[in-house]
Design a protein around this ligand. Structure first.
Ligand SMILES: *Cc1c(COP(=O)(O)O)cnc(C)c1O
Length: 482
């Protein structure tokens, strides 16, 4: 059920003085031993840390929250709590819907980035379609109200019930020769998309690059003759060619791959749609560089026009962003539940009541997420360097890591923090709530709320009740244990 309440001014805090400029971060990089055991429990002390000179003096402010709202979320919903911002979500979708195109555009939301029903509903209302990455995501999108024909799946694991999806009108990109064969066998004459690995990839990190010979995603481009054989054998109708080369791709590589994809489309005369995937970068910090959609899309539009004059076929463009649509539209409100020190040669640590259970990206990719402290019930003029860590029993549960280095602590300058202060982790819209180390240490899934256009908060996911963590477990018969 939806709950709503109006932002109240009863929070005992000098909200005015806390807004934006009171919250900042400067980075000091701290080098640790590389290549050590990543998940060595309690091994912080074993990583020999030596502070080096500051590498950045970056100031961060709250992105769309204000101090008052952050504290209100903390008090009324509890922490940790993801806060989605309807206004930013809409703005991102509107920007994507203006993607340059020659002969029509479909924007698919890659829902794995943030699959909450409220986000899906909002994008549905704005006319977006869905890119699903599993059969379960299809079911989730259907449950959110998407019509089957607006859902297309590209998956590493073809679900056993795929025929049911095809029969109801969901589209499937065959992502391997065996997937194509299975689709052909089950549904001769079906319409299909073909996901190709164009031979090149590009991602923000090795873990998010999904093109090139080191990536198992999509049908290797040299296998086109095999694909054509299978297509012919089952009379399949290839309506779409698809490529997706990575998350956080280099726009230049993305454009080159777009041209290669047109080359593939030329070999499938029945194709009317070319889907160029997602991967459009956003800047979570001021030093990161986001993709300019207009600039990135314009040459591709021209290439579609040239293709039309060369081949007499007007291809419709599809793009399927995840990150771009949601990354900066959600913040995680946490509480500093402890502040500890490891002495003069060590660090001051802020321990959150959240961690890799909510924001895995630092531990997984070395991703940098801005951290903003909102002092509760006081103004704070002093600052201090802190390493911000999560609540899991893993030294790798680190929120402030050095860029690209999941194992390297980074001390950041924050307002002097005491237990109970709110701590906001920014830029957590994509691949956080949906990609967590769920229930590790038996912590429940966090609550999620949507901030509407008038500043009201609506709960869109309740905090998981403890019993749900173990509800599917079955105790052994006592007799078995004796
Ligand atoms: C994950 C994914 C996307 C979205 O990637 P972003 O980097 O989040 O934009 C698009 N298409 C496919 C097939 C994907 O797997």
């Amino acid at each position: 059920m939806m709950q709503a309440y109006v932002a109240s001014s009863s929070v005992h805090v000098h909200a005015q003085s806390l807004r934006g400029e009171r919250a900042w971060l400067c980075g000091t990089r701290v080098q640790g031993a590389r290549g050590g055991a990543y998940a060595r429990r309690g091994a912080v002390a074993a990583l020999t840390m030596t502070a080096t000179a500051p590498v950045s003096q970056q100031q961060y402010a709250l992105r769309f929250l204000d101090a008052e709202t952050a504290l209100q979320v903390q008090q009324k919903v509890g922490t940790p709590c993801y806060v989605y911002d309807m206004k930013s979500l809409r703005a991102q979708a509107e920007a994507m819907l203006k993607f340059p195109n020659a002969f029509g555009l479909t924007v698919r939301y890659a829902m794995k980035a943030a699959p909450n029903v409220a986000v899906l509903q909002l994008f549905k209302k704005m006319g977006l379609h869905i890119d699903a990455s599993s059969g379960y995501e299809i079911r989730r999108a259907l449950n959110a109200g998407f019509e089957p024909h607006k859902i297309y799946m590209s998956t590493q694991e073809l679900p056993a019930d795929f025929k049911e999806f095809l029969d109801m009108g969901v589209g499937i990109n065959a992502c391997s020769l065996s997937q194509l064969e299975r689709i052909g066998k089950a549904c001769p004459g079906a319409r299909v998309g073909l996901r190709f690995n164009p031979g090149r990839g590009s991602g923000g990190t090795g873990k998010t690059n999904v093109g090139g010979p080191d990536s198992s995603f999509g049908i290797w481009h040299e296998l086109i003759p095999h694909v054509q054989q299978i297509v012919e054998k089952y009379g399949l109708n290839v309506e779409k060619i698809h490529t997706h080369i990575g998350s956080g791709s280099d726009p230049v590589v993305w454009q080159e791959v777009s041209n290669a994809s047109l080359g593939i489309a030329a070999q499938f005369p029945s194709a009317t749609i070319l889907n160029l995937g997602g991967g459009y970068k956003v800047a979570r910090t001021p030093t990161e560089k986001g993709t300019d959609i207009q600039q990135c899309g314009e040459p591709v539009k021209q290439a579609f026009e040239k293709f039309a004059s060369d081949h007499g076929r007007q291809l419709k463009l599809e793009v399927e962003p995840g990150t771009f649509l949601v990354a900066n539209c959600c913040s995680l409100v946490c509480t500093a539940q402890d502040v500890v020190s490891t002495g003069a040669s060590g660090h001051e640590f802020i321990k959150l009541d959240a961690g890799m259970t909510e924001v895995l990206r630092p531990s997984l990719y070395g991703a940098v997420h801005p951290v903003v402290v909102v002092p509760r019930g006081r103004t704070e003029s002093e600052s201090q360097k802190y390493v911000v860590v999560g609540h899991c029993c893993e030294s790798g549960d680190l929120i402030t890591c050095a860029p690209g280095e999941p194992e390297t602590l980074m001390a950041v300058s924050l307002p002097k923090t005491v237990i109970g202060d709110a701590v906001v982790v920014e830029g957590v819209g994509a691949y956080c709530a949906g990609m967590s180390t769920k229930n590790y240490n038996s912590f429940p899934e966090a609550a999620e709320v949507m901030l509407d256009l008038s500043g009201k908060i609506h709960v869109v996911r309740n905090r998981q009740p403890a019993e749900q963590i173990w509800q599917n477990e079955k105790a052994l018969d006592d007799a078995l244990l004796s």
